[in-house]
Design a protein. Structure first.
Length: 685
């Protein structure tokens, strides 16, 4: 408590750092706090020191916290420092750089370690009758993340840059569109920070960095700031000593776009050619630390913006969504991921997880999945290379093509256009996922499986032109897909591309190959493409039915296809061999129109197509019925429990919103599964 100098009573304040009381220069209260209205402007005596200090009113004070009266120590707290500037308070520095009390703390405390002084101050306050009570309290004083030492805020002499003149042209550059920030929402964040910018402290007391270009005369005290290292003091000729501080890391980094290209030589060839650059890619967390400062420095020293577009990606967090940090111990070493799964797998994991401005969670499972994708691509490439014997890439397109060839080239056109569009929109993750789906799903799982008999038939003296068409299509799809994939997985795409036959003049590296574009001759007839895809859907549907009813893998099933249109029936007929082989079907009946559903048959229904698979003779129908009925009872019981929980007002009101939403999704999934099981039982009836 601080006794009033000119009257009875006292002001009571709380502190978590009693040793800093020795440096107090005011007591602050909120201007609207009725309890202290009569105290504002009066003076109190600081216990132990005896210094008279004013009671000031400041809106920074929270009247609900503690007693509503706070001690102000401008030399040892950043918020108190700002309050002191507003009210013209002196700064009494009672702790030095080594954590010991200074002479200004008073003879009784000078030289003591700050924590020793804390104990003595508390004892002296109690002895003097100033201490009301001591109670446990957790404060928010900063700690070093490495050694855990309490960081002591101190007032010290530093170098600053006045930022407002630099910020104004940087604000205009973004507002006018000379620089575009992606995602757009960060433009507002950038402008808000720049419009409220404060002067920047650029000096740092660390070992490494660019030295502050300031020298101090040892004789007359003159401060010299110079572009060149001075020898003597220009004022008195005395000896000079350079400032031991270094520039803030972000100051040096702010010069990066032009200092790396030969600046300050403005005629340097690299600087003239490469400044300004096109796109800067960085994390949103350093928009102010780095991006804004590069813009300001570029405009100041070069008279031009350093880049045209800023692409801000998110942060890579751990599997629980926490920010990775050394203090938490949750940092994943990229080299460990590379050692286990490869550099391409790590790159692909990160790019598919990050969207502009959004964070991503890293998991080892995702990295393993990316490695599996690389393996899939490698094995597909091996298959293609093993089947290119006698293939001449200079021969050109085949005289005729199979429907499967036309379809995969049509899909290649589509993914080429889609990846290009997504990259130009900076949707890197979506572009990578589009390629993943095409390579794994359409090229590997469908086309390669469809083309195998044609390649084998050609080896055995079959249709040579058809075999060439298959080779040509495999080569074209793989080669162009590798070029699309190269920005995401550069090592495996280069390794495979080097092994592919290439026409003359193709270049020595994939990185020098031109970016692919859709080709008009591969556009394909939309109706024919749709008919072919219905055939693939039917194969997938038959496979799903076999899995759902647990038909043994080696057992051939009878399948009956009804196509509404003759052209669709012809597409099925053309792919008869593929359907029988890939869906394990024999016999296969193909009809035009609609037909009667066979007894005890499962059905796949598509657009204009129905496929029936009779189950009698394939499985034990009675055992399957019992299994489905048991599963249906379990699903129905689980659904009833979830619906009862959702119907409970207490659960809906008390449970977190994400928990309630998760239960709703579970109810929807169970209801859909219940409907499917009921349909399967009807199929068996």
């Amino acid at each position: 408590r601080y006794p009033f100098v000119d009257g009875d009573g006292a002001i009571v304040v709380a502190t978590t750092r009693p040793e800093t009381m020795l440096g107090d220069t005011a007591v602050a209260v909120h201007p609207d706090d009725e309890r202290y209205r009569g105290a504002i402007g009066r003076r109190v005596r600081l216990p132990l020191v005896g210094r008279e200090i004013p009671v000031i009113a400041d809106a920074y004070v929270d009247p609900e916290f503690g007693t509503g009266a706070v001690k102000v120590t401008p030399a040892h707290d950043p918020n108190d420092f700002e309050m002191g500037r507003r009210h013209g308070l002196p700064r009494v520095r009672v702790i030095d750089e080594h954590g010991r009390m200074t002479a200004e703390a008073g003879e009784r405390y000078a030289g003591l370690d700050r924590f020793e002084a804390r104990k003595r101050v508390v004892a002296d306050l109690e002895a003097g009758g100033f201490l009301l009570k001591v109670e446990p309290h957790t404060h928010a004083v900063g700690h070093c993340y490495r050694c855990g030492t309490v960081i002591e805020p101190l007032v010290s002499r530093q170098w600053f840059i006045r930022m407002k003149p630099l910020a104004e042209p940087a604000i205009e550059a973004v507002r006018s569109g000379r620089i575009r920030i992606v995602p757009e929402r960060f433009t507002r964040v950038y402008l808000n920070w720049m419009e409220n910018i404060r002067d920047w402290c650029i000096s740092r007391q660390i070992w490494w960095g660019h030295r502050i270009p300031a020298w101090y005369c040892q004789d007359c005290g003159e401060t010299v700031v110079s572009r060149e290292d001075p020898d003597r003091c220009p004022r008195c000729g005395g000896a000079l000593q350079q400032d031991e501080d270094v520039l803030d890391t972000w100051f040096s980094s702010a010069l990066w776009p032009f200092s790396t290209l030969g600046w300050p030589d403005t005629a340097a060839p690299d600087l003239r050619r490469f400044y300004p650059t096109s796109v800067l890619v960085t994390g949103y967390d350093i928009l102010f630390f780095w991006v804004a400062r590069m813009i300001m420095m570029g405009l100041e020293f070069m008279g031009e913006v350093p880049f045209r577009t800023v692409l801000l990606h998110g942060l890579v967090r751990d599997a629980q969504g926490q920010k990775m940090s050394k203090s938490r111990g949750n940092v994943v070493d990229p080299l460990a991921v590379i050692d286990k799964y490869g550099a391409d797998a790590l790159r692909f994991t990160l790019v598919t997880g990050l969207a502009p401005g959004n964070d991503a969670r890293f998991s080892w499972e995702k990295a393993e999945s990316s490695r599996n994708f690389a393996n899939k691509l490698w094995n597909a490439a091996r298959f293609v290379l093993m089947n290119l014997d006698g293939f001449d890439p200079g021969r050109g397109a085949p005289a005729r093509e199979n429907a499967a060839d036309r379809w995969i080239l049509h899909r290649l056109n589509h993914v080429t256009a889609e990846v290009t569009r997504l990259l130009e929109a900076f949707e890197l993750g979506e572009a990578a996922r589009a390629l993943y789906n095409f390579i794994w799903g359409e090229f590997c799982d469908w086309y390669i499986e469809l083309v195998k008999p044609r390649l084998a038939a050609g080896d055995e003296g079959g249709d040579a032109e058809d075999r060439y068409a298959a080779q040509y299509t495999l080569w074209q799809v793989l080669e162009q897909t590798l070029r699309l994939l190269h920005p995401f997985m550069p090592f495996i795409s280069e390794a495979i591309w080097q092994r592919l036959p290439r026409p003359a003049g193709a270049g020595e590296s994939i990185v020098r190959a031109p970016w692919p574009h859709p080709r008009p001759e591969w556009a394909g007839d939309p109706d024919a493409m749709a008919r072919f895809e219905r055939v693939l859907e039917a194969i997938h549907g038959i496979r799903s039915l076999r899995a759902e009813f647990r038909v043994p893998a080696g057992r051939r099933a009878r399948a009956i296809v009804y196509a509404e249109e003759p052209a669709q029936a012809a597409a099925f007929e053309e792919q008869r061999e593929a359907i029988q082989r890939l869906a394990a079907v024999d016999p296969l009946e193909i009809h035009v129109g609609t037909g009667q559903r066979p007894p005890q048959a499962a059905a796949h229904v598509g657009a204009g197509v129905v496929v029936y698979v009779p189950l009698a003779g394939l499985i034990d129908l009675e055992a399957e019925r019992r299994r489905l009925e048991k599963e249906l009872r379990e699903v129905a019981a689980a659904l009833e429990r979830v619906r009862a929980k959702l119907a409970n007002p207490g659960f809906r009101e008390k449970a977190p919103a994400e928990v309630v939403e998760r239960e709703r999704q579970r109810a929807d999934e169970l209801a859909a599964k219940q409907a499917l099981l009921e349909q399967r039982l009807r199929d068996l009836a």
